[in-house]
Ligand binder design. Structure first.
Ligand code: XMP
Length: 512
């Protein structure tokens, strides 16, 4: 195990991810709980994270001193490096100018961290983000790499196996960063690199059992991958103590609701309350055209229905959610434990407080592709785990203007054709999200000998790694022509198709 001490960096979870990618188990502990975690885990290596804090500042956090006397390798990243220097007898100063973004470091000397990776005289791209810098190196260390802005870009003490780097190896902008972290975990700490998703599954199951005990858990299914994977995992842990609630708002894609119901009831045999309430949602959406008003109505109604259903089931003290790491903005507050905010658009946000329930969130530290791996590990089909993300408010935010049953049906047909063609062309997995939008605009067309006056359908396809930024997927013209022809021919109510060429930013992925 590697213990990652979190000083509140925004990217601490990325360190954990890189360690997992190296096939090594890791756990993150906020600095205030690091002592306890050390005793519990008996780690073979320690990584000290970055931080928004400043080492010279009064009251800024430190690593427990005994970590440096435990005979365990330590890697300090950015603030972690500075803290290590300060605690071991070096000096850190508030910088008068920072260094942010891409930088190039030169390798001056070998060290064990670089074995098989970097050699003397080479120059490598890294990602810097720091204001302060180490001005006096602690005894026992030597400088092994430098950059113009960071004379101590990498420092090493091979004897004690202590290493520090001023840059961030965990972000993708440091191209060799993942390999540096893997080198630390395997080569320096001597860990085997044989940790797998199967072990994550086993560890989580034990954790869920411990948390829940004999309690009852309710899990809201959205129809998407995350909540389904969370539910299947929790069911494996506690069986019939789990009940799933599927609030079916009628705003799903073609065939989706049936798939979810049959997957849970028939395939996994997980108790499922399927609450079909399309009419309730469509009635409430009558006359609503403002995107935020739609979202608010859907979010609130979803919670009302869910709460009523949960009351019917009764007796549950836990609420399970498929929250992923990107949904969580996690920071360590300097007075206590981690503080957490969930994106306001998250489906059942607000419910736990309202219903006085405790949260079970087994996917909190994972990224989307890791959740997909876990889903595969749990036996979910490739077609299910590979599904594109789908927003909580569903098709309602893909129908600018008023949402009606008729317009939902038109959109479902067009969307199904589009996705069908994408799958046939073998492009589905290369795209982060692809969907059709039904515009509240009518245009004139001609079909056969007649004039048509029908709606415009927009097509969207983007590539992304986390949904925060996105690029337009560059289909070839032949593909788009084929899709447009099929949609206009096969879907009554649409006579024109356009392709959305906007990246994010400045556009968002969804249209509303
Ligand atoms: P935008 O449109 O903001 O979307 O670029 C980024 C990603 O988030 C999804 N999305 C949502 N997911 N509830 C969700 O669960 C929502 O209200 C919601 N709105 C947007 C969107 O599909 C994309 O993947």
């Amino acid at each position: 195990t590697i213990l990652i001490v979190d000083f509140g960096s925004q990217v601490t979870q990325l360190i954990a991810r890189r360690v997992r990618e190296a096939g090594v188990y890791s756990e993150i502990a906020p600095f205030s709980a690091a002592d306890e975690a050390f005793d519990r885990l008996r780690p073979k290596g320690i990584i000290l994270s970055g931080s928004p804090a400043s080492v010279p500042e009064e009251g800024s956090p430190r690593a427990p001193g005994r970590f440096f006397a435990a005979g365990v390798p330590v890697l300090g990243i950015c603030y972690g490096q500075q803290v290590m220097m300060e605690q071991l007898g070096g000096k850190v100063s508030v910088g008068d100018s920072g260094e942010f973004g891409r930088a190039f470091i030169t390798i001056d000397e070998r060290c064990r961290l670089f074995d098989g990776l970097w050699a003397e005289g080479e120059t490598h791209q890294v990602w810097m983000s720091h204001g302060d810098k180490v001005t006096e190196i602690a005894p026992g260390f030597r400088i092994v790499a430098t950059s113009p802005g960071a004379p101590l870009a990498v420092i090493a003490d091979d004897e004690r196996r202590f290493y520090g780097m001023q840059f961030h190896p965990e972000v993708v902008h440091t191209p060799d960063g993942a390999r540096l972290i893997a080198n630390f975990a395997r080569h320096v700490c001597g860990l085997a690199g044989d940790w797998t998703m199967a072990e994550f599954r086993a560890a989580k199951i034990a954790e869920i059992r411990e948390q829940v005990g004999k309690g009852r858990v309710i899990c809201g299914l959205s129809g998407g991958v995350d909540s389904a994977v969370a539910a299947v995992l929790i069911h494996e842990a506690i069986g019939e103590q789990l009940t799933c609630v599927f609030v079916d708002h009628g705003l799903m894609r073609a065939g989706e609701a049936d798939q979810v119901v049959s997957l849970f009831r028939n395939h996994y045999n997980i108790p499922l309350a399927h609450v079909a309430c399309e009419t309730l949602f469509l009635e409430g959406l009558k006359g609503v055209t403002d995107p935020e008003a739609k979202r608010k109505f859907i979010g609130k109604t979803f919670i009302d229905v869910f709460e009523a259903e949960a009351k019917k089931i009764g007796g549950a003290e836990f609420l399970a959610q498929g929250t992923l790491y990107p949904d969580v903005i996690e920071s360590v507050s300097f007075t206590g434990g981690p503080s957490v905010t969930i994106k306001s658009h998250h489906n059942v946000g607000g419910l736990p407080e309202r219903m006085n329930m405790k949260l079970v969130e087994p996917l909190r530290e994972l990224f989307k592709d890791e959740v997909r791996d876990l889903g595969r590990e749990l036996g979910l089909s490739e077609a299910f785990v590979g599904r594109h993300p789908f927003p909580g408010p569903g098709l309602a935010i893909r129908i600018p203007g008023e949402v009606t049953k008729e317009r939902c049906d038109i959109l479902r047909k067009a969307d199904a054709i589009y996705l069908d063609e994408i799958r046939n062309a073998g492009l589905y997995d290369a795209i982060w999200q692809a969907f059709a939008v039904l515009l509240p605009v009518k245009t004139v067309g001609v079909m056969g000998d007649g004039r048509t006056y029908d709606s415009v359908c927009g097509l969207r396809a983007v590539t992304s790694t986390d949904g925060m930024t996105a690029d337009v997927y560059p289909f070839d013209a032949g593909f788009l022509t084929r899709v447009a022809t099929r949609i206009v021919n096969e879907v009554k109510g649409i006579n024109r198709v356009v392709y959305d060429y906007t990246s994010k930013p400045p556009g968002t992925i969804e249209w509303e």
